[in-house]
Design a protein around this ligand. Structure first.
Ligand SMILES: [Zn+2]
Length: 296
């Protein structure tokens, strides 16, 4: 017994500073009143630490890629090169995807933004009003907020204004002047219903940007395929339910009522700008809800 008692003494002595700390600052202490205060204080501290770490990572990445050769039209940053995807849930294994080291924009975000700015200059599409941003990207969101009253939505996530399914939008007809929905429809089994919903909430004359991955030839779609590896092989990503065929995608948009327009990259930017902004030879899917015509 004596031996046991003797063994305990040093460990209790070691616990004294921790006990003292807990007595003064712990959840039951006078300093913090109740555990509720303690919990919320720790939550704020953890959030702050996460934000500082994130900012540090971004700053480190921006310093690593600092230079003048390349330009990102979204964050207006200049870099010596674009970065590849460095881990995370999307675009895995694609080191050739040119991401902005600062705002993480990818080529289709940058091409879209350049096209928008040029169309706004000529007054081809509206540049104000309410905009619905589906599965919002930070890089685009920051710039869209400068011109539009933006409502963000997604099926999950805490950083969106509305959590809902794209096939059941809780908005009145014609609520929005514009809609941005990048690489979402290929995840949705009932994509035709989602397209009809997007059409419904857009006002007549409104526009939408809805890029998806596509291939030449027919759409490859099989909702019975649920194996992630088979989906990856057939549809390019584990959670995709189809790979659109180019013409079929446009046909589906037309069936929903949209006027789809396809702008090749070369009609928007020069080869020199393509190189400078890290763009690829893609097309821009910009669709419009036709203006209402009066019956004659
Ligand atoms: Zn950027």
């Amino acid at each position: 017994m004596q031996g046991t008692h003797g063994d305990k003494m040093p460990s209790q002595a070691n616990q004294l500073p921790a006990l003292a700390w807990r007595t003064v600052f712990g959840p039951d202490s006078i300093a913090f009143g109740t555990s509720v205060w303690w919990d919320s204080g720790m939550k704020i501290l953890r959030k702050l630490i996460r934000r500082v770490r994130k900012l540090n990572r971004r700053m480190f990445r921006a310093l690593r890629y600092m230079g003048w050769r390349y330009y990102c039209p979204l964050c207006r940053g200049r870099f010596r090169k674009f970065s590849g995807w460095d881990g995370g849930k999307d675009f895995r294994g694609n080191p050739n995807l040119k991401l902005c080291p600062w705002c993480i924009s990818n080529p289709w975000h940058r091409l879209f933004w350049v096209a928008l700015e040029r169309m706004w200059e000529t007054g081809k599409i509206c540049d104000s009003g309410r905009l619905l941003h589906v599965a919002p990207e930070r890089s685009l969101g920051a710039r869209l907020n400068e011109r539009f009253t933006v409502t963000t939505m997604d099926i999950s996530g805490s950083k969106v204004a509305v959590r809902t399914d794209l096939t059941k939008l809780p908005f009145a007809d014609g609520t929005f002047s514009a809609l941005v929905c990048c690489h979402v429809l290929e995840h949705i089994p009932q994509d035709r219903i989602a397209m009809e919903e997007m059409f419904r909430v857009l006002r007549p004359g409104g526009w939408a940007y809805v890029p998806v991955p596509y291939q030449e030839g027919p759409t490859d779609e099989d909702l019975s395929v649920t194996d992630p590896l088979e989906r990856l092989a057939r549809f390019r990503q584990e959670d995709h339910v189809r790979l659109y065929g180019f013409c079929d995608y446009l046909a589906r948009l037309s069936e929903a009522g949209f006027e789809p327009s396809v702008m090749p990259r070369a009609e928007i930017v020069t080869d020199e700008e393509t190189e400078k902004m890290g763009l690829t030879d893609q097309v821009l899917f910009l669709i419009k809800r036709p203006p209402e015509t009066t019956a004659t």
